[in-house]
Unconditional design. Sequence first.
Length: 328
Amino acid sequence: MGFRVIKTAAATLMSVLLASAVGIPNAQSAGLLAILGVEVTLKRSFRTITARFLASLVGLFFGCILFWILGFHYWVLGLYVLVGFPMIVKSGYKEGIVTSSVIVFRVFGQAELSLHVLLQQVELLAIGLGSAGVVNLIYMPQTGGVIYGIRKEVDRYFSVIFTQMARTLREPAYMWDGKELIDADNAVQRGLTAATREMENHVIHPDEAWNVYFYMRKEQLESIQSMMQLISQVYRHLPHGEMVAELFDQLSGDVLAEEYTGRTEHLLEELEHEFESMDLPETREEFEVRSAILQLCRELALYLKIAKRHKIPVSYKPEKRLLTRKKA
């Protein structure tokens, strides 16, 4: 049983008991409104409750005009749906169509237009949606630990990817299925979803650190795909490929660190200077392979630039998230 189901049950019970206590007829309608108001994040909850409340007021106003002019007939309800729903959507409160229908249908059921009846509907809205808002405010599941676990999962996939890239450079005939690339992409997408949800649970001071991290990884995956295309052009073993393979071995360890270490970047700069001092290719085949390796180094530099710009340590503690700036 999920926490949202438990919260929905609590909000429903609370709203029905409150509506019954203040003497509102058919108090169970408050439970329906509470069910419609429970959401997965605080930000979404406030937005949804506000939209449903305002939409219900718009719908109540329009419905009362129809009932006052045309009377309480079933075909008037059809006219309300036909005209009222587009009006609510144009008002920008399309999330509240169902909520407004509950209120208008209640007025139709009582077949009475009076201040007392209208105030009852407003009270019902306040109790039903308010109960949902209170329950949402009291408890929202903490997802920091889950997100931290996804981060570690992504880091491990990246580490395996770089190890496989190093092996491919050393053994051009080696065939790697690239499964970790797909797994890493799926994990990054899950991380982005969880990070957005976590940020929406902090309305006043949202923490964007997790979003920054997973967007960084998403951008780096695109760079890795470009590197894979270049590695596929390295069809012959050369000392240059062995040197670059050592860079990926280093990177497979660095990617597990929570801050940007700069070690691979330093080694890459040294390697590029060493390449400049080496003899030119003697054959067309060697030229093609070395050209692909050189482009691979430039793509690797782009990958490291992304990490240097965005990678900051984000560590999780049960009660508090610690965020510190990256080290040199």
